[in-house]
Design a protein around this ligand. Structure first.
Ligand SMILES: Nc1nc2c(ncn2[C@@H]2O[C@H](COP(=O)(O)OP(=O)(O)OP(=O)(O)O)[C@@H](O)[C@H]2O)c(=O)[nH]1
Ligand SMILES: [Mg+2]
Length: 371
């Protein structure tokens, strides 16, 4: 174990062994900041060595889903059942050693599913193929967690990802940080801070080397939120959870496991017997929040047969990328009929956020052809 790993383990242990209360909350806040800084350092070193780039996965389709779970829970069996992609399944751990993609169709969208090597606690420290898996997980649009009756500790799995900077079903904290060369550190907030009272923000910032500048809190943030904002390399990914091998469970076992996993909603599947797969695919499709955009050539009816598929929150700019031709360059404006339009035929620019079932005409600059 390198000395960096030793330091990380030491701080982790100290956090675990310190009882949280009023008297210790400052100390714990600083320890967490220290841990985050050490983990950033570990990531930087791994990148320098080329670690984390062990798998080159070409993303394709409208969205990419990563299958994340302990070894032998049935990830590869599921990939094959859903997509037909051949991914070896066997009754021993770490059968899958690289990343195997498969493709699934859902309501006009194509969804890429990545089967990955099993993840175990300690992955971020390099156990199993942990680091490589974590680096790929950071790039997916949705995580599909899988556990089974013999590996029910979903929270340990989630914590492993959290430790690697992956935030599940969250959003970035509303904290604005500006660095400066001198003048000290100012901390202000637009709301009352109940978790960072007593000047805890500054010592945390100092752990990150932030001595001059400004921190503005726009919500009642926690020390963890501040650490995330300072670390700056967090990714925010939605996730759903399935308990596989449900064929091995009684109804009452399922009920009590579902209770332990709250507030996460769980699906129960049997990849082997192909039970619950339709519900799972629907859950994946809904979680990816696809929207359908109907293109309307100028003066003609909209094409409702083949919508352009985008994700919720995407704008005209992302639509242009999906369209054939050089529309991105010749774009002048878009006209919108449908849910996102304030009135039918509203003229908007690239930044306009589209909605499901919008009808769009792209207006191009003179001399170019429209779409
Ligand atoms: N009873 C039951 N067994 C299953 C089910 N799905 C998979 N299995 C079995 O579980 C074992 C492991 O399945 P895999 O698909 O290789 O599991 P994995 O998660 O890909 O494992 P790693 O690649 O090692 O991480 C195999 O023997 C499968 O046949 C299921 O729904 N029910
Ligand atoms: Mg596998």
């Amino acid at each position: 174990m390198s000395s960096l790993e030793e330091q990380i383990t030491e701080v982790e242990d100290e956090i675990r062994n310190t009882q949280y209360n009023k008297a210790t909350q400052h100390h714990i806040g600083r320890l967490k900041a220290k841990l985050a800084v050490l983990r950033l350092e570990r990531e930087t070193r791994a990148k320098g060595k080329g670690g984390g780039l062990g798998y080159a996965v070409r993303k394709s389709g409208h969205a990419t889903v990563g299958l994340v779970g302990y070894p032998s829970v049935g990830k590869s069996t599921l990939l094959t059942a859903l997509t037909g992609a051949a991914s070896e399944a066997a009754a021993y751990d770490f059968t899958t050693v690289s990343i195997i993609p498969g493709m699934l169709r859902w309501g006009g969208a194509s969804i890429q599913i990545l089967d990955m090597p099993g993840l175990v606690p300690g992955a971020a420290k390099g156990r199993g193929r942990g680091r490589e898996v974590l680096s790929v997980v950071r790039s997916v649009d949705l995580i599909l967690f899988m556990i089974d009756p013999d590996h029910t500790d979903f929270w340990a799995l989630r914590n492993e990802l959290e430790g690697a900077g992956v935030r599940i079903n969250g959003r970035p904290p509303k904290i604005v940080i500006t660095r400066a060369d001198r003048g000290g550190l100012t901390v202000t907030s637009t709301v009352k801070l109940t978790h960072l009272a007593g000047g805890l923000a500054s010592p945390i910032a100092r752990e990150f080397g932030l001595h001059n500048g400004q921190i503005v809190f726009r919500e009642d943030s926690t020390p963890d939120d501040l650490i995330d904002a300072l670390a700056g390399n967090r990714v925010y990914i939605p996730a759903i959870l399935t308990v596989n091998k449900a064929d091995l469970m009684t109804l009452s076992q399922r009920v009590s496991l579902a209770a332990k996993l709250r507030p996460f909603e769980v699906l129960f599947t049997s990849a082997r017997d192909r039970v619950g797969l339709r519900e799972l695919v629907d859950g994946v499709g809904r979680a990816l929040a696809f929207i359908r955009i109907y293109m309307k050539p100028p003066g003609k009816p909209p094409d409702r047969e083949e919508p352009v598929i985008l994700r919720r929150g995407q704008r005209v700019a992302e639509l242009l990328i999906r369209l054939p031709g050089e529309l991105d360059r010749s774009f002048k404006a878009a006209q919108i009929w449908g849910p996102s339009a304030r009135f039918p035929g509203q003229t908007v620019g690239r930044e306009h956020v589209l909605a499901d079932e919008d009808v769009v005409t792209v207006v191009v600059q003179r001399g170019s052809r429209g779409a």
